[in-house]
Every structure is written in C-alpha cells, then in structure tokens.
Write a protein that binds this ligand. Structure first.
Ligand code: NAG
Ligand code: NAG
Ligand code: NAG
Ligand code: NAG
Ligand code: NAG
Ligand code: NAG
Ligand code: NAG
Ligand code: NAG
Ligand code: NAG
Ligand code: NAG
Ligand code: NAG
Ligand code: NAG
Length: 418
C-alpha cells in the first residue's frame, strides 16, 4: 500500500508510528465474490461496564485482537445501498460498522459493539448473560466516495449511554470500493489536522452561518505569524472566503455555502520544519489548514495541501475534505508570494477557497519581515496597465517639455530681433 507523506508533520509522525506498530492494527476485507467492497485497517479498544452478581458493577478493557476475522454479517449489498463490516473475535464478540452512501460521501451510519456476557473469562461474575449490543448512529465518520478515510488519532465513541466506549485509532479504510486497492486519495479526519505550537488564541463567540443567497462582501485580511523559538518562521496575510458544497438542512438540497473567515474570530497555530510549514486556522465551526512544501534542490516552495472541516448548523452532516497534490502559491526561498487580486484555489469539486490580498512566506523569513515579493502572474498582467499608462504619461511630458523648450527658444529669438 502506498501512503502519501502529506499533509502535515503530525500525520507523517503518526504514519511513522503506525508503520512501526503495524502489528496492532487489524486488517479486514469484505468481499462479494471476487470484488472487494470494504477494506479496513484499524486498532480498537473497548471499555465495557457491566453488572456483577455481587450487586455491583465492573469495568473491563478489551482490545480488538489480531485474530479478529470478518464476521458473517458482513455484506457488500445491504438494504438501501448499505455495506457492513463485522469484525468478530473471541467468544461471540463483534465490532460492526454499517456504511451508508450519501451523494458524494460515505459515512458510518451505525457503529456497534456486541459482547457476550456469558464469556466468563472476559466478564467475570457477570449477572447478565448472552450477547448484548450497543450502538451509536452519530459516529461522525465520513469521507468522500473513492477516497480512503484516514484517522490516526484516538477517536472515542460512546455507545448506548450505558458505559460502553469504543476507541478507534490508526484507522485507514474505504467502503464502496471500485477497485481492489484502497484509494491513494484520502479524507482525513479533523482530529488528525495538525495542532502544534499555538501562537494566538482569541475567545470565539458561537456563530451561526446560514448559507448566503448572495456572496458576502470581501473577507477581512488576517495576519498570521508562526514562530519557532522567538523567530518568525511563517508569515501570512490574507483574506479567505470558503466555498463549500453541502447538503442543507434548511433548504433540503445541495447548496453552495460562501462564508468568509473572520480574522478577529480566528485562532491559529502552525509549525515549521525544514521542508514543510503548516498554518492551521480555527474558527468556531471551521478548521482550515495549509501545508507548504519546500524543494530544497530547486529552492522553490508552494502550497501543497489544504484540509478543511466544517460543521455548520445548516449542514446535514459535517463536511471534511482535503487535497494533498496542489500546486498553488509558488515562490522562491527567501521571497514572499504576493497576490492582491481575488484568486480561487480549487481544492476538490465540493470545496474551493477564494483568496484576497495574499502575501505569504512559509520559509526563510528573516527578521520577522516578508522578503521581497514575487507577484502572481495575474497581478503582473494587471501591472501592465499602469506601466503602459505611466510610459504614455512620461512620453507626453517629454513631448510637452520639448515643445516648451522649442517655443521658449523661438520667443527668445523673437525678442532678440526687436
Ligand atoms: C474469481 O477469481 C478467480 C481467479 O482469478 C476465477 O477463477 C473465478 O472465476 C472468479 N470468480 C468470479 C465469481 O468472478
Ligand atoms: C445494571 O443494573 C441496573 C439496576 O439493577 C440496571 O438499571 C442497569 O441497566 C444494569 N446495567 C447493565 C449494563 O445491564
Ligand atoms: C442490591 O442493591 C439493592 C439496592 O441498592 C438492595 O436493595 C439489595 O438488597 C442488594 N442486594 C444484595 C444481594 O446485596
Ligand atoms: C457466549 O459465550 C458462551 C460461553 O463462552 C458460549 O457458550 C456461547 O456460545 C457464546 N455465544 C455466542 C453467540 O457465541
Ligand atoms: C467513483 O469511482 C467510480 C469508478 O471509477 C465512478 O464511477 C464514480 O463516479 C466515482 N464517484 C465519485 C463520487 O467520484
Ligand atoms: C446497528 O447495528 C446493530 C448491530 O448490527 C443492530 O443491532 C442495531 O439494530 C443497528 N441499529 C440501527 C439503528 O440500525
Ligand atoms: C532569541 O532566542 C535566542 C536563542 O534561543 C536567544 O539567544 C536570544 O537572546 C533571543 N532573542 C530575544 C530577543 O529574545
Ligand atoms: C462556488 O463554487 C461553485 C462550484 O465550484 C461555483 O460555481 C461558484 O461560482 C463558486 N462561488 C463563488 C462565490 O466563488
Ligand atoms: C427532502 O427532499 C427529499 C427528496 O428531494 C424528500 O424526499 C424529503 O421528503 C424532503 N424532506 C423534507 C424534510 O422536506
Ligand atoms: C470582527 O470584525 C468585523 C468586521 O470588521 C466587525 O464587524 C466585528 O464587530 C468584529 N468582531 C469582534 C468580536 O471584534
Ligand atoms: C525538487 O525539484 C526537482 C526538479 O523539479 C525534482 O526533480 C525533485 O524531485 C524535487 N524534489 C522533491 C523532494 O520534491
Ligand atoms: C487535487 O488537486 C489537483 C490539482 O489541482 C487536482 O488535479 C485533483 O483533481 C484534485 N483532487 C481531487 C480529489 O479533487
């Protein structure tokens, strides 16, 4: 399996940890004939509280063992397009994930744990017996179709409200697969978005973000600087407008939400490494991260990845997407990238970013100041007009001056004849 060492140091680190401890992740595959529909690699821990015969309760910790197998309730063709992965283990225990498909997304619509209280080794002195199932239908696990869902972070899910917790980690899975291998395009969970050295935090008031029928005004320009030690390593100044395609609750259809990032309600953080710099912006209901890459050989940098996650009140389901193969905002080490006109960074079909008044320098910042600016091509074109106008004006001034001098010489000559 090929992994893309993208969009962040944190994920890269987790990936490394994941590779080193790969023995703990269980790999499962659900097939229909020869066609694979679900592939999952994951680690899971369960905390289960149960009643004991001594009139008390006990809590046990269970780990999904490597010996877990695909259970016979697994299916590629469930009711209403659903697919199911059942991981069976031990004496009749199982973890089940039911997937549902929704437009361009798939999600886990039912996450459940079945455990067999009759298994005295796992549940000593249990007062009950037989198999008990607890589930949640709000797992929040969702990904774009044809992408692999990745979540290396520990994600806890509370089931049934009776003291059963499932903690998933190192999850790498895809449902509704169209080929035998997991897609190299990934949907990364927001918990994996890198949060490191927090620089500034403003208290944020809850905001409601209804979809605007008309695009809002130009966004305010925010200024963000990330420091390592006491030196600035990343500087950015920009106005940001999000363009998210999502299923609206209020309108019961797919809409385009155009929302400005409000710098005065945005907290930010980030990190700088030799060849990777990350800027993470957080608004109450929106997370946005930018990953810049530096090619040490060519001394050129560019914006290589954007991750976004949003849970706006009007959304039927939380929105999260990313693209790690962008080639935006190109610049040279030691210089800043500048683009004043509005530009659009197309991240995926359902998400684009409109940027305004951009100046960024993700690498080689000296003395906490922007290096000389390299302007975006569009701006160079715009600069042509003033240059031409300027040249014309200069020419005109020259002509007037020459005419004046000639005129003065003539009139002087005229006086001399008197
Ligand atoms: C599954 O693959 C095997 C080997 O490639 C082939 O012999 C068999 O016919 C295939 N079965 C189906 C149902 O496609
Ligand atoms: C444990 O017992 C209490 C009271 O007897 C009951 O309300 C509760 O549902 C039981 N819990 C479980 C997990 O069976
Ligand atoms: C169990 O607990 C209940 C209520 O706390 C109590 O009425 C009952 O006597 C207890 N039973 C035993 C066996 O301790
Ligand atoms: C539950 O555990 C008991 C004891 O180990 C076993 O006899 C029984 O078959 C198990 N139930 C299931 C559904 O596997
Ligand atoms: C997923 O891939 C399949 C086969 O390549 C294609 O038919 C389908 O339209 C794709 N779906 C999306 C939402 O991109
Ligand atoms: C969720 O899945 C479990 C186990 O497969 C099942 O018992 C339960 O009824 C399901 N819940 C819903 C709401 O579909
Ligand atoms: C910045 O950090 C360096 C080394 O950590 C230190 O020598 C220097 O005094 C610091 N400068 C300021 C202005 O704090
Ligand atoms: C938002 O994105 C959609 C689809 O990509 C596009 O048609 C629309 O013009 C965009 N709107 C703005 C304000 O950028
Ligand atoms: C939303 O739209 C779908 C299909 O367009 C319809 O079946 C459903 O009843 C609508 N729901 C509401 C709450 O209007
Ligand atoms: C944030 O900025 C907007 C626009 O400049 C302003 O209307 C709003 O009052 C500001 N909010 C806060 C909390 O400062
Ligand atoms: C750096 O750029 C050169 C030339 O475009 C390319 O061959 C090389 O693979 C790049 N290195 C990295 C680490 O991307
Ligand atoms: C990611 O961005 C690249 C470059 O803009 C584009 O070619 C690619 O289609 C995008 N990926 C997705 C999943 O939209």
């Amino acid at each position: 399996m090929t992994h893309k060492l993208q969009p962040g140091i944190t994920t890269a680190c987790f990936l490394l940890i994941g590779l080193l401890t790969v023995a703990h992740a269980v790999t499962l595959e659900v097939k229909n004939g020869n066609n694979t529909c679900i592939k999952a690699e994951l680690s899971a821990n369960f905390t289960i509280k149960y009643n004991t015969s001594t009139n008390g309760t006990a809590t046990v910790q269970v780990t999904l063992p490597d010996s877990a197998v695909v259970g016979n309730e697994s299916s590629c063709v469930g009711s209403g397009d659903s697919q199911k992965l059942q991981a069976s283990f031990g004496a009749g225990h199982s973890l089940s994930l039911v997937f549902a498909k929704d437009g361009k997304l798939y999600r886990v619509s039912n996450l459940s744990l079945s455990y067999n209280l009759s298994d005295n080794n796992t549940f000593p002195n249990a007062s009950g017996s037989g198999v008990v199932t607890q589930n949640t239908n709000t797992s929040g696990i969702l990904a774009q179709l044809n992408t692999t869902y990745r979540c290396n972070s520990n994600s806890p899910f509370s089931l049934g409200g009776s003291g059963v917790t499932v903690i998933l980690s190192k999850v790498h899975m895809e449902a509704y697969m169209t080929s035998a291998n997991m897609s190299t395009n990934e949907s990364i969970c927001s918990a994996d978005l890198p949060v490191t050295t927090t620089v500034a935090t403003t208290t944020v008031a809850p905001t409601t973000l209804p979809p605007s029928p008309t695009p809002p005004s130009k966004p305010d320009t925010g200024t963000y600087n990330i420091t390592t030690g006491n030196a600035t390593c990343l500087l950015a100044k920009m106005g940001l407008q999000l363009n998210v395609t999502y299923d609206s609750k209020s309108q019961n259809k797919t809409v385009q939400g155009i929302v400005n990032m409000q710098p005065n309600k945005t907290s930010y953080s980030g990190s700088c490494e030799n060849d990777t710099a990350i800027l993470l912006l957080k608004e109450e209901l929106t997370n946005l991260s930018f990953t810049f890459k530096l090619n040490a050989t060519t001394k050129k940098y560019h914006l290589s990845a954007v991750n976004v996650s949003a849970r706006w009140p009007d959304m039927k389901a939380p929105f999260s997407t990313s693209n790690s193969s962008l080639m935006e905002m190109p610049g040279t080490l030691g210089h800043s990238y500048m683009c004043s006109p509005e530009q659009t960074v197309s991240v995926v079909d359902t998400f684009s970013l409109n940027t305004f008044q951009v100046q960024v320098q993700p690498f080689g910042v000296q003395n906490n100041k922007f290096g000389s600016a390299e302007e975006c091509p569009m701006q160079k074109d715009n600069m042509l007009v003033p240059i031409i106008v300027g040249a014309c004006l200069a020419g005109l001034v020259l002509i007037v001056l020459v005419a004046y001098l000639i005129g003065r010489k003539r009139s002087r000559a005229g006086y001399q004849t008197i």
